[in-house]
Design a protein around this ligand. Sequence first.
Ligand SMILES: C[S@@+](CC[C@H](N)C(=O)[O-])C[C@H]1O[C@@H](n2cnc3c(N)ncnc32)[C@H](O)[C@@H]1O
Length: 267
Amino acid sequence: MERRKSSSKGPKRPKRARSTDIAKTALGVEPEKRERKKNAPTKGEASSRDFNVHVKTAKRRDYGSTLWLKRQLNDPYVRKAKAEGYRSRAAYKLKELDEKFSLLRRGSRVVDLGCAPGGWLQVAAKAVGTEGRVVGIDYLNVPAVAGADVLEMDFLDEAAPQALKDLLGGEADIVLSDMAAPTTGHKSTDHLRIVALAEAALDFAEDVLAPGGAFVCKVFAGGAEGDLLARLKRSFEVVKHAKPKASRQDSAEKYVVATGFRGRVDD
Ligand SMILES: C[S@@+](CC[C@H](N)C(=O)[O-])C[C@H]1O[C@@H](n2cnc3c(N)ncnc32)[C@H](O)[C@@H]1O
């Protein structure tokens, strides 16, 4: 095949017109760039654009742990949490849910189920202020969080609900559950465990919430379904699902947010 010779000499050919004339586009921005702009994070929002950190210890790690570490190192919410002093990237999920549904108010009384390492506790304690009350439970140890009291206990222990109520010392305005059981890899077992945790959280919420209160619970895949959804609809005026941006897109997790608790059946 004959190759065309390129030469720096000779008359310069006029440059070919670019397929996109910037001046002619509606926003004065090339479509590709416009698309990027549309999806670009707004001010203060976490962005992964600038990061591509390599794992220096990759040779000493197995593939799975290297992938996990790489994802952590390049995760904008992990960086943001570190910079802003939050214990976990999960803090931004609650912040987003709060912005969307106006859940946390000054003076609110909050229960946080599955609270380790404490990101949600930090967000809640800041939002409710000294007039409010924040209590949490986790079977993992949670180093002290200013403005929150924590029980180190399994929430499924039959003594846990009463212990939490004693610690709270009254009704709650909001019950949060970010509890997630370690997965077994066996799909139906994992599903049953997730539903069991959500049902136990709802049992507790229905027992401790003041009328008008709210319940936020992590659910997976199709969200709250079947009996759980039916119960939520009976007990709360509004039931919605939400997937905060801080929740990893490749994760099936989402949250059910139920507001306007109708009150205990015995009320
Ligand atoms: C995703 S993490 C919570 C993160 C937390 N919201 C934060 O912002 O730091 C889920 C937590 O649920 C806890 N958990 C799961 N099952 C539990 C149970 N039965 N009782 C107490 N804690 C539980 C786990 O130990 C884990 O710390």
